[in-house]
Design a binder for this molecule. Structure first.
Ligand code: PGA
Length: 255
């Protein structure tokens, strides 16, 4: 299994450029005395803030991610931002197939697969999100839904691609509800098996995160789960003190 945990902050459509940069500077300041063993951190700000946040964090070990990307490299695509441009602005990661993109912007499994391939072609590591809805969960369909999403998302990749997969049950996002951590662990194990089946070259490097209402009260419960390599955090990542409590909580359990 991969050795270094990964904690990713998804800021969604929050924070101005000024607020984002101030957070990044404060994060650097608070991390000055930190130990190298801490989990890898990825901050995913809004696109307008990506460049300045990446500049503010350039002397730190914190990486930057975008929250989505468009296909292609450059061209007459009004309003689109490619992986190439995101990479050039300082990102190393990009979230792909977040349920809000799937639900609000109609992104389907096919587009998610194309975006994952496009991210890798742009030298970005995709953080691919999968997870069942509440009704799928109640119907006992979590496993087939997640298996299908993982299999389809990886179908266009070639060779030993480095990817991250975030298991984010939709009913847990922004609701304060979380699955039993042992259930999240079980699904993460299934995801690892699905990766092994479809992309065996990727199995040794894939990291599997849990996402959905992670906060300082439950982070240790997830950190105890051996199949989880980290967390994807929305609301609780918006405050720098809360975010660092999550990093410390994870580190405490894993070290
Ligand atoms: P949440 O969001 O932590 O606010 O539930 C997680 C996500 O959407 O990635």
């Amino acid at each position: 299994m991969p050795s270094r945990s990964l904690m990713a902050a998804n800021w969604k459509m929050f924070k101005t450029v000024g607020e984002s940069t101030a957070y990044a500077k404060e994060l650097c300041r608070r991390m000055e005395s930190w130990h190298e063993e801490a989990p890898e951190q990825v901050i995913c700000p809004t696109l307008p803030a990506l460049y300045t946040v990446s500049r503010a964090l350039s002397q730190s070990s914190v990486k930057i991610g975008a929250q989505s990307l468009d296909l292609g490299r450059e061209g007459a695509n009004t309003g689109a931002v490619s992986g190439y441009l995101i990479r050039e602005a300082g990102a190393a990661y990009v979230i792909v197939g977040h349920s809000e993109r799937r639900q609000l912007y109609g992104e389907d499994d096919e587009l998610v697969a194309e975006k994952a391939a496009s991210a890798l072609a742009s030298h970005l590591i995709p953080i691919i999100c999968v997870g069942e809805t509440e009704s799928q969960r109640n119907a006992g369909e979590t496993d087939p839904v997640v298996d299908r999403q993982v299999t389809r998302a990886l179908q266009r990749l070639t060779g030993a691609a480095t990817v991250v997969i975030a298991y984010e049950p939709l009913w847990a996002i922004g609701t304060g509800l979380v699955p039993d951590p042992s259930e999240a662990n079980r699904v993460a194990g299934r995801i690892r098996d699905a990766v092994q089946k479809i992309r065996p070259e990727t199995t040794t490097t894939v990291r599997i995160l849990y996402g959905g209402s992670v906060n300082r009260g439950n982070i240790r419960d997830f950190a105890c789960q051996p199949q989880l390599d980290g967390a994807l955090v929305g609301g609780a990542s918006l405050d720098v003190a809360h975010w660092l409590d999550l990093i410390k909580g994870w580190q405490e359990v894993r070290q």
